[in-house]
Each structure stands twice: as structure tokens, then as C-alpha cells.
Design a protein around this ligand. Structure first.
Ligand SMILES: Nc1nc2c(ncn2[C@@H]2O[C@H](COP(=O)(O)OP(=O)(O)OP(=O)(O)O)[C@@H](O)[C@H]2O)c(=O)[nH]1
Ligand SMILES: *[C@@H]1O[C@H](CO)[C@@H](O)[C@H](O)[C@H]1NC(C)=O
Ligand SMILES: *[C@@H]1O[C@H](CO)[C@@H](O)[C@H](O)[C@H]1NC(C)=O
Ligand SMILES: *[C@@H]1O[C@H](CO)[C@@H](O)[C@H](O)[C@H]1NC(C)=O
Length: 451
């Protein structure tokens, strides 16, 4: 058994880069040394581990390189969705310019806003929230678990921590650039006894980095392509703090292709649809929102969708009101606005998605008793998690006859996009609440889909 393993490892070596060579050599030594242990199945590099290496050999032969990434911990779910679009765009550039790249989907977890107690919210795979085959139809993606299985184990060969330039913009002039630089902030990775870098790695404690360096970068995502193609031969490259780079082309065709591919997971859509039918008298047939599963075939003329007979509302509270922002309304102001829209569009139902605390919710219910909300049972919450519940809220808002959201909330922005994809008249979508004493209440920008 040990011999067979050795043979596999040796075949692999032919394809490996120098850094990885060392690692595999170590692996080989451990394997040989741990043969007896492996037989019992609990050695450090046990049988399971080497099965991964074997699967990896085929991958290595196909010359696949893996792009991984992570985002600044405090960022929320909806900004992370936006960062995915930037990384997908970079992956497309890499594919155009240099061989087989796969984007590894960063597991979800430990998000600041996901505060439901007693449920396990870490190492969540993308399939829990999105249709992975739909994502894959836009750019090759795999889940992290798949990466572990096919890349040879929990190792990331090169981690680049993205940061801005210590000196800021020089001469006040914007210029796109990227340079290897000393780390500005305290590095969130530390070396272990074996010389591997340990870090958060999406909650996968066993994952190790072989090399961590900082890159100062200023510019759009694809500015990193030459670095990944020419400055490193690592097979797995992780970009940490990926939000540092900008969109290649915000709201361009590539942006929309990726955005359209981010189809919510079917089980969440189904729950949202059942809720619409039961409480809001809303079905796709009646609302003109019947669509197939394949997003690449979907192209709807704006204004075609009518939506269900209800007003959809996203009322962002919590940190949005703690700062006493002048563009966020009081509850009273919000209710007044909702009533006026309901009257104007002759809607007698209102669906409210909100992160308001219990106290505010009580107040809201007092002022707006007819309000409908999606309130998961504990079992549903455990099943869908905070991220899934947020998606169900967004899905229901996306199907309303008229929608109004909260100023500069990425949660609201994602609903705008969803409605744009479904083919709503922009007048029914790009609306936001105004602050009670806001004088110049600019409404959200309409971003048209480029097909
Ligand atoms: N279920 C639900 N959750 C919400 C709602 N509004 C906010 N949240 C929660 O609060 C989080 C914060 O909003 P996000 O938009 O994801 O975070 P962000 O990227 O910082 O975006 P904004 O702060 O809204 O600009 C969401 O991810 C949800 O977990 C809501 O209407 N319904
Ligand atoms: C990449 O390599 C080129 C050529 O050797 C070098 O000029 C450049 O500084 C390198 N860039 C980074 C980010 O390391
Ligand atoms: C780590 O990566 C950087 C950037 O690619 C490189 O300059 C450096 O030599 C690497 N260090 C080791 C020990 O491989
Ligand atoms: C549901 O909507 C239909 C029109 O689409 C209407 O005829 C029917 O009365 C509505 N039902 C309820 C319970 O409001």
C-alpha cells in the first residue's frame, strides 16, 4: 500500500512547482514513516489524505490552478456577493490569458450580522445559498471541500494579502498599480512550529499557507492577473482582503453575466414562493415572472413583470440608525411613506424585510398591523441559517409590484438587481426611503442589464 502511494506521489512530482515539491517530499516522508499508523486510519497523513493526493494527480496533469479569496471579516453578506463578482471577473481574465483556472468559493461563516444564537454558522458551502451549477455556467467554480479533495490537501501555496499603499495616492493622482510591499497592518497569519502559516481560512483550522506576502494594489480586479500569471508559479493562490480591488467594469456585460449567474438555491426560492402564494396572493403565473432554471436563456424586457399585489419593503435598521444618519427615516416616517405608496398603487398588503430589533418591531407592528413578515421557526432558521432567511426576504421583495428600500444598503441593492433580472419596470424598483428631514433625497441609480 505504501509503495502504491509512493508511486502516485512520484508521478505527481513531475508536474510540481519547486515550493510544492518540498511539500510533497515532506508528505512522502510522512507517508512512508506513517505507514503503520495509516493502517489504523488516524495518522496525520492517513489513508484519506493520500486518496486526495491521488485524485489530485489527475487535476495536476490538467494543469489546473486554483484562485481562492477571502474578504475583510466585518463585511456583510451582500458586500461579499459583490466581491464575488470582482473575483469572477479576474478569473475570466486569467482564463483568457493563461490556462486552466478555477475559482474556489470561499465558505461562508462568522459574519457579524449572523447573530442567531445556538446555530452553527461557519464553513457553510455556497450550495446552501446559491445554485452552484448556475455559477459554474459563468465561470468555473468549485466548493472549498472540492478543492481539498482534488488539490492534494489543506494547503494554499501562496497567500497574497491585499492592501492599499502606505503613502496613499501620490501627487493626488489616481494610477493603477500593484507592488509587493511590507505589510501595513498586523498580519492575520502566524507561523506554526513547522513553518506553515496558520490563519482563519474560513474556519478550516487544518488549512495552512506555505507563503504569505502583502501586495499593495490600487485598481480593478484584473490588474492582478499578470502577477498571478507571471510572478508566481503556485498552483493555489489566495487573495485575502479581496475587496481591496475594484470592479473591472461595474454594471458592464461581464458584471451582469456574473450577477445573473448568482441564482439563489432552489430550496430557498421554493420557500419564498410558497410564502408568496399563501400570504401575498402572488404566483409567477399571475405576476408574469415565470422563468426556467437556465439563467443564460433568460432575457426579459423591462416592464414585463407585474409582480404580486403587495408592496415590498426593505427597512435596514441596527447600525444604520445608530449613526443617526440623515438619509434613514424614523419608523413613523417609513410607515407614512409605505401608506402613501399603498394608496397610490392600490395595494392592501405590505411585506416588510427588516433587521430591526424586537423593540422597533413591536413599534412597527403597532403602527402597521397589516404588515406581513417572513418569520422562520427555529427549525427553519437552523435549516436556512441567517443567510438563507435574508435571501428568502430578498426573494419576496423582488417579486413585489412595487419595492422601496433603504439608502445605500447593499441588501437593497441586491434586490434592485434581482428585480431588474426579473423584468420589472425600473420605476417600481429604484426607490428608497428618505430621512425625515432630508432635503435632497436622491433616489437610487438605475443600472440596466447588459446582455
Ligand atoms: N433577514 C433579514 N436580514 C437582514 C435584513 N436587513 C439586514 N439584514 C441582515 O443584516 C446583514 C447586513 O446587511 P448586508 O447588506 O448583508 O451587509 P452589508 O454588506 O454590510 O450591507 P449593508 O450594511 O446593508 O449595506 C444582512 O446580511 C442580514 O444578515 C432584512 O431585511 N432581512
Ligand atoms: C512581477 O515581476 C516583474 C518582473 O520581474 C516585476 O517587475 C514586478 O515588480 C513583480 N510584481 C510583483 C507584484 O511582485
Ligand atoms: C514568498 O512569496 C514571495 C512572493 O511571490 C516571494 O518573493 C518569496 O520568495 C516567497 N518566499 C518563499 C520562502 O518562498
Ligand atoms: C388574488 O388575486 C386575484 C387576482 O389575481 C383575485 O381575483 C383574488 O380575489 C385574490 N384573492 C385574494 C384572497 O385576495
Amino acid at each position: 500500500m505504501a509503495d502504491r502511494r509512493k508511486q502516485h506521489v512520484e508521478t505527481m512530482l513531475v508536474w510540481l512547482s519547486p515550493g510544492y515539491f518540498l511539500l510533497v517530499l515532506l508528505l512522502l516522508l510522512s507517508c512512508t514513516a506513517a505507514t503503520a499508523e495509516a493502517a489504523t486510519g488516524d495518522g496525520a497523513f492517513s489513508a484519506g489524505q493520500s486518496a486526495h493526493s491521488v485524485a489530485g494527480a489527475a487535476t495536476v496533469a490538467r494543469n489546473i490552478r486554483y484562485l481562492l479569496y477571502d474578504v475583510n471579516p466585518p463585511e456583510g453578506f451582500n458586500l461579499r456577493r459583490d466581491v464575488f463578482i470582482r473575483m469572477a471577473s479576474l478569473t475570466k481574465t486569467l482564463l483568457r490569458e493563461g490556462g486552466g483556472w478555477v475559482l474556489v468559493l470561499p465558505p461562508w461563516g462568522r459574519l457579524y450580522h449572523w447573530q442567531s444564537p445556538d446555530i452553527h454558522q461557519v464553513r457553510i458551502l455556497w450550495a446552501e445559498f446559491f445554485s452552484v451549477p448556475s455559477l459554474d455556467a459563468n465561470v468555473p467554480v468549485i466548493e472549498y471541500e472540492q478543492f481539498l479533495a482534488e488539490s492534494g490537501g489543506p494547503f494554499v501555496e501562496q497567500v497574497y494579502v491585499l492592501q492599499s499603499y502606505a503613502e496613499g495616492w501620490t501627487d493626488g493622482k489616481w494610477e493603477e498599480k500593484v507592488d509587493e510591499r511590507p505589510c501595513i497592518e498586523r498580519l492575520m497569519y502566524s507561523k506554526d512550529k513547522q513553518g506553515y502559516y496558520r490563519g482563519w481560512f474560513w474556519g478550516y483550522e487544518e488549512t495552512r499557507g506555505l507563503n504569505v506576502t502583502c501586495l499593495s494594489v490600487q485598481g480593478h480586479a484584473s490588474i492582478l492577473a499578470p502577477v498571478l500569471l507571471k510572478n508566481t508559479t503556485a498552483r493555489s493562490v489566495m487573495l485575502d482582503r479581496a475587496e481591496t480591488v475594484l470592479h473591472d467594469h461595474y454594471a458592464g456585460k461581464d458584471y451582469w453575466d456574473t450577477r445573473r449567474s448568482m441564482v439563489f438555491a432552489k430550496h430557498l426560492r421554493v420557500v419564498g414562493d410558497e410564502f408568496r402564494a399563501r400570504y401575498l396572493n402572488s404566483t409567477d403565473e399571475k405576476d408574469q415572472t415565470v422563468h426556467g432554471e437556465d439563467w443564460t436563456q433568460m432575457r426579459v424586457k423591462p416592464g414585463t413583470a407585474t409582480g404580486g399585489p403587495y408592496l415590498g419593503v426593505h427597512l435596514r435598521r441596527k447600525d444604520f440608525i445608530w449613526g443617526h444618519r440623515e438619509d434613514v427615516p424614523s419608523l413613523k416616517g417609513a410607515v407614512k411613506k409605505m401608506r402613501s405608496i399603498m394608496k397610490k398603487y392600490r395595494l392592501d398588503r405590505v411585506f416588510v424585510a427588516t433587521d430591526a430589533d424586537e423593540e422597533e418591531l413591536e413599534e412597527l407592528k403597532r403602527m402597521l398591523p397589516e404588515m406581513v413578515r417572513f418569520e422562520p421557526t427555529w427549525e427553519e432558521l437552523e435549516l436556512f441559517k441567517d443567510g438563507g432567511v435574508a435571501i428568502i426576504d430578498q426573494w419576496i421583495c423582488a417579486h413585489a409590484r412595487y419595492f422601496i428600500g433603504t439608502s445605500v444598503s447593499t441588501f437593497s441593492f441586491r434586490i434592485h438587481e434581482e428585480r431588474e433580472i426579473l423584468g420589472f419596470d425600473p420605476k417600481t424598483t429604484y426607490n428608497r426611503f428618505c430621512g425625515d428631514s432630508e432635503t435632497n433625497c436622491e433616489q437610487p441609480t438605475h443600472w440596466k442589464i447588459i446582455y
